[in-house]
Design a protein around this ligand. Structure first.
Ligand code: AMP
Length: 391
């Protein structure tokens, strides 16, 4: 089955074409466009290029298109991308203004450009469908809850991949199979010992997720991707009382407060140096105290959420690092795992230093918690989910 994974940004369109066979898949073509103003033109250009290069003889060979949609109003899961999905994306444009409009437009355009393909949306919130009301509810009036304000959780494709791969690496094929079929069959009982994982997706955008028997129990991210850990330039968790106080005291509008919290906060806001942790690390090494504070604050927040989930899971079998910082940031991983031997977390410093963006176990042989680095591959995750849904 040929599956096109469409990655739509506010001014970009990237794609990968996969040949899928079971759980495996190979990329047979990829490409992208920047500064996009007309999705119809670039999608048609991409389809023409695939034919010109001999990858496909006709666009009809593309059986399915997958979209990693972020957040829908009253809709989640891995679902056929139809009018209902477009309406759900449009219903939450205000919460995800950079992500929802391009996906709504892109899905509508693919319906026209590839009328015979089946379109599938995998919401980033899908992995959190089975979290408990106690964990997803904010203590707000019912009228607020009625308009959809609750914790959703994000990076669901990445964390679900970690749930599956960590189970494989820890010899829990029973749990890996539950994860593979999760969006088809829902959570399943596990015989014997539970399998408990904490997945740390640390990149430009970061979140920590607790996973029991292949199913997420919660996320550090809540209603919007502005929450949880300090992000590259977004604030992360912030007391709701701070916003009216800052607006009144600084005399700024709601739009300006939102701009500062989404563009000038996070690692950039704290360090004053950069939104890229490599620059922040370099500045900290040169003695910049604000840069050091940004790093310490990120590590503090990762440990805060890791501790919360380890407690809630009632123990831990695997602690996983993924995404740009998680895969490459040996110093960040070491800081997160520091002095946690009492909780069964024993990092092997040499293995940690040696690991750069390759799948590796970086705990000591006698660590009761396996610490693992697993490279993210969100496009493959999407292609797999599309294939499973349609097979
Ligand atoms: P992602 O969102 O997964 O693409 O991750 C992007 C982030 O990964 C960048 O903003 C960097 O801060 C971080 N990153 C990339 N390479 C490295 C590296 N070699 N060491 C530390 N952090 C890195």
């Amino acid at each position: 089955m040929l599956v096109l994974v469409a990655n739509l940004g506010s001014t970009s369109f990237k794609y990968r074409l996969f040949r899928m066979d079971g759980n495996g898949g190979e990329v047979i073509a990829k490409g992208g466009y920047e500064r996009v103003t007309d999705y119809a033109a670039v999608i048609d250009d991409a389809l023409t290029a695939l034919q010109r290069d001999g990858v496909i003889a006709s666009p009809d060979e593309i059986e399915a298109v997958g979209f990693k949609t972020v957040l829908g109003k009253d809709l989640s899961g891995c679902v056929m991308a139809d009018q209902q999905v477009i309406a759900a994306l449009e219903g939450f444009t205000a919460v995800a203004p950079a992500h929802n409009p391009p996906y709504a437009a892109g899905i509508a355009q693919f319906e026209k450009s590839l009328p015979n393909a089946r379109l599938v949306a995998l919401f980033e919130t899908a992995f959190y469908q089975w979290t408990s009301p106690a964990s997803y509810s904010y203590a707000i009036p019912s009228v607020w809850r009625d308009i959809g304000i609750r914790r959703y959780g994000f990076h669901g494709a990445s964390h679900k991949f970690i749930a599956e791969r960590s189970a494989e690496l820890c010899g829990r094929e029973d749990v890996a199979e539950i994860v593979r079929r999760l969006y088809l069959d829902g959570p399943q009982p596990v015989e014997g010992k539970p399998f408990r994982v904490i997945s740390c997706h640390l990149g430009g955008s970061s979140s920590v997720t607790g996973i029991r028997n292949g199913v997420a129990i919660g996320s550090s991210m809540g209603f919007s991707p502005q929450s949880g850990l300090p992000q590259n330039n977004r604030v992360g968790d912030l007391d709701s009382g701070a916003i009216p106080y800052a607006m009144r005291t600084l005399g700024i509008s709601l739009d300006e407060a939102e701009r500062q919290l989404t563009k000038e906060s996070g690692l950039l806001g704290l360090s004053g140096v950069s939104n890229d942790i490599r620059d922040v690390n370099a500045a900290a090494l040169e003695g910049n105290p604000d840069a050091q504070l940004a790093i310490d604050s990120l590590v503090h927040s990762i440990r805060h959420w890791t501790g919360a989930f380890q407690f809630e899971l009632g123990g831990l079998d695997a602690l996983v690092f993924t995404a740009g910082i998680g895969e490459n940031g040996a110093a960040t991983r070491a800081a997160v795992c520091k002095d946690l031997e009492a909780f069964g977390i024993h990092l092997d410093p040499a293995k940690n230093e040696a690991c750069r963006a390759t799948e590796s176990v970086i705990s000591t042989d006698d660590s009761s918690v396996k610490i693992i680095v697993i490279p993210a591959n969100e496009e493959l995750v999407l292609a797999r989910e599309v294939y499973r849904k349609l097979s």
